[in-house]
Ligand binder design. Structure first.
Ligand code: URA
Length: 442
């Protein structure tokens, strides 16, 4: 077998067998296949696709390319959650304490942000002292201590995906359903979870731009889960506009604290509570209970302070600092650079997620390159969301940098132009987008 034959077979629309896929994954992992052949193969997959069986074989081979976490020494059903990425997506830091406060063990392995989407690891690292390097040998102790942990994906977890993802990022081969499905599911399977809930974002600020492709991605991941013996639930959520009103690391964590106090925006709560109910539903606690009932029980955890207390336990257990009122100490504070006001009366017709994500990146909140240093205080506050009424002179958005800005005035100006493009005001009423588009459960 050689790599040229595999490239040609896929280029001509052939279906690869298990041995051929194993050959590819081994060759990527041990670096025996050169990047130009891997890239050509990825492009062939992007154009010709893969069927369910090929996608499942690729996923399983990638999940075996490194260490597999064994969580069997932690009692209970371990449910993992993953989002396909979005702008202002602060679901995990709220969801974990909510679910853990039911006594459900949560082991969450998250990634860093790249490009216009934010990363959960970066958000937690905006808390002074918080360490996301958690050794798998200490998972059990962490779970016993506070019922949850948040770790970075280690180099030895699905290393084939790490390498492929970096190449996909620079060869225009990210938006392929079989490649995205296998990338996400290989890490979830290697992470050792018993069941998986996926937030499949859909819209301008997501990889899946329309509901049909989001549905197809969901179907693929559920099918992989079936073959791997892990139940998978998919929640399709809208990423037409950012989630909530804050975008940026410290800013988003400030919004997280608001929600954990039972306050804050309903759109964020809706997504968190839907995801939490799906997670509970996959455990013995929630099986047989209606989703609405589970969502109400989760909401109660936000309202009665239990989720807030659990969040504090998580911060302390991973070395983070808390103030006397239980809120975390952040590494920096957002510095208000400028606020822009509406120029006319009307209704918000657009608050484009992609433009807001890119503007936030330009301010220093995200990485353009993997090695870029993030400005934790940078980001954007959105005062108005799609469908809301606005009056001339009312605040639309504020741009922030940290106390020591990483970017010059040219980048701030560019961010401002992007934000001005992101917002559209219409004279007629506009229907706000639904946060939850659909749910597919096992
Ligand atoms: N997230 C991943 O982990 N992989 C992808 O391919 C896309 C989103």
């Amino acid at each position: 077998m050689n790599m040229l034959e595999l490239i040609e077979k896929k280029r001509d629309g052939g279906v690869l067998n298990k041995d051929e896929i194993d050959f590819f994954v081994h060759g990527v992992t041990d670096r025996s296949i050169p990047d130009y052949q891997i890239s050509a193969f990825l492009m062939a997959v992007l154009w010709k696709g893969m069927d369910d069986e090929e996608t499942a074989e690729l996923t399983m081979a990638m999940s075996r390319s490194g260490k597999i976490c064994d969580l069997s020494n932690i009692p209970g059903t371990k449910v993992d959650k993953h989002s396909t990425g979005g702008v202002g997506d602060k679901v995990t830091p709220i969801l974990l304490p909510v679910v853990a406060s039911f006594g459900i063990p949560c082991v969450k392995l998250s990634g860093r942000g790249l490009g216009f989407t934010g990363g959960t690891i970066d958000k937690f690292e905006s808390i002074k002292g918080f360490s996301t390097s958690v050794d798998p040998s200490s998972f059990k102790d962490r779970i016993e201590e506070c019922g949850m942990l948040l770790g970075g994906q280690t180099a030895d977890l699905a290393p084939c995906d790490k390498y492929l993802y970096a190449l996909r990022d620079v060869t225009g081969t990210v938006p392929s359903i079989p490649l995205i499905a296998s990338s996400i599911m290989s890490k979830k399977i290697a992470g050792g979870a018993d069941a998986i809930v996926l937030d499949i974002t859909c819209g301008s600020g997501a990889f899946m731009k329309d509901e049909a492709s989001a549905g197809e991605l969901a179907r693929r991941m559920i099918s992989i889960g079936k073959l791997a013996g892990r139940p998978v639930s998919c929640v399709m959520t809208s990423m037409q506009q950012p989630l909530g009103e804050m975008v940026g690391n410290v800013l988003e964590m400030q919004e997280v604290l608001q929600i954990l106090r039972g306050e804050g925006r309903e759109d964020v709560k809706k997504v968190v509570l839907t995801m939490a109910a799906e997670m509970l539903h996959l455990t013995p606690y929630g099986r047989g209970l209606e989703r609405e009932e589970l969502m109400e029980r989760c909401r109660e955890k936000l309202n009665n302070g239990e989720a807030w207390d659990k969040f504090g336990e998580l911060v302390l257990s991973q070395g983070g600092m808390l103030q006397s009122d239980g809120s975390p100490v952040f590494v920096d504070q957002p510095f208000d650079v400028m606020t822009v006001y509406a120029e006319k009366d009307g209704y918000i017709a657009s608050c484009d997620a992609l433009s807001v994500g890119e503007a936030s990146c330009l301010l220093g909140a995200g990485r353009m390159e993997k090695e870029d240093k993030i400005d934790m205080g940078a980001g954007i506050r959105l005062y108005k969301k799609i469908g809301e009424k606005v009056k001339r002179g009312e605040e639309l958005f504020t741009l922030y940098t940290g106390s020591d800005p990483q970017v010059g005035d040219d980048r701030i100006d560019e961010a401002l132009f992007k934000m001005q493009d992101a917002y559209e005001i219409a004279s007629d009423p506009v229907e706000p987008p639904k946060e939850i588009l659909s749910i597919i459960s096992p």
